[in-house]
Design a protein around this ligand. Structure first.
Ligand SMILES: [Zn+2]
Length: 279
């Protein structure tokens, strides 16, 4: 499932293709993904101009003229593909936008949403409703924004008896972190995923806040590195999860102390950690 760094990579790939460009044609192949799509979605998008491409947590927010937002969530299996010639659409290609310098100019790009498991979602709404939108209104601060700090972590973890790993996945406490980067950040902070969230205070909260920022920045940089040729021959945006210290490495030696990395399941999701370095 794409997390903040991957969604940021998608945003960076889309921005130069969409900004100040028009939707010359819109194809919407179904009336629902995870939830029903907005009514008359294709007609509502036709002829519109993109002004800027933003991100909030794991959502891409594409700003349109007339102060609207086109929201994209990739869900479990969604991906965006960008082509410069019209692609043949497959069974799981649910939406395609034809992009041009004016509503009637010839196409410069084709942007396709592919989503085999259909947990993704698309919505259109007025920008003024962003803060009250059902998916966005309860979302915690951006970990790479000014509202995030050790003090914030300590405040939102206060009184939480559940494991810190689960608290990091809670989008209401902090936006954009998923299973991979939660494990990675906890490793770099030297904190066990099983530790009670409420006990992450003081120095520990400092270490965790710093590790969250460092882990996400490094992953975005890796995405940025692959962004140079991010649009693959198949149109896919190439983000590669690199440099993972613990995630997916059960049984392999810890980078720091060579103790085998352990995998446990918490709330139905796998966590990876070094039982010696993380306490
Ligand atoms: Zn270790």
């Amino acid at each position: 499932m794409p997390e903040l760094p991957e969604v940021e990579t998608v945003r960076r790939a889309l921005a130069p293709v969409l900004e100040q460009q028009f939707i010359a044609a819109a194809f919407v192949g179904r009336d629902d993904l995870r939830w029903p799509l907005p009514e008359n979605l294709a007609a509502r998008l036709l002829g519109r101009r993109f002004t800027s491409v933003d991100r909030r947590g794991k959502y891409v927010l594409m700003h349109l003229d007339q102060q609207d937002i086109l929201l994209l969530h990739l869900g479990m299996s969604g991906s965006i593909r960008i082509y410069d010639t019209p692609p043949p659409l497959g069974k799981h290609d649910h939406i395609m936008l034809t992009i041009a310098a004016s509503p009637t100019a010839s196409a410069t790009h084709y942007v396709v949403l592919n989503d085999p498991r259909r947990f993704g979602w698309v919505d259109v709404f007025p920008a003024a409703h962003q803060d009250s939108h059902k998916l966005l209104r309860h979302m915690g601060p951006e970990p790479l924004g000014n509202g995030f700090s050790a003090a914030h972590l300590q405040m939102v973890f206060k009184g939480r008896q559940g494991p810190v790993k689960n608290a990091l996945l809670n989008q209401q406490l902090i936006a954009g972190i998923g299973n991979i980067y939660a494990s990675e950040a906890l490793f770099h902070a030297g904190i066990s995923p099983r530790r009670k969230a409420a006990t992450v205070r003081g120095q520990r909260a400092e270490r965790l806040a710093a590790a969250v920022v460092k882990t996400l920045r490094a992953a975005i940089e890796d995405g940025g590195t692959s962004l140079r040729d991010h649009v693959q021959p198949g149109g896919e945006i190439g983000y590669f999860v690199q440099r993972l210290a613990v995630y997916g490495r059960a049984g392999q030696p810890c980078q720091t102390c060579t103790t085998p990395i352990k995998m446990i399941v918490q709330s139905g999701r796998s966590s990876f950690y070094c039982p010696r370095c993380q306490g």
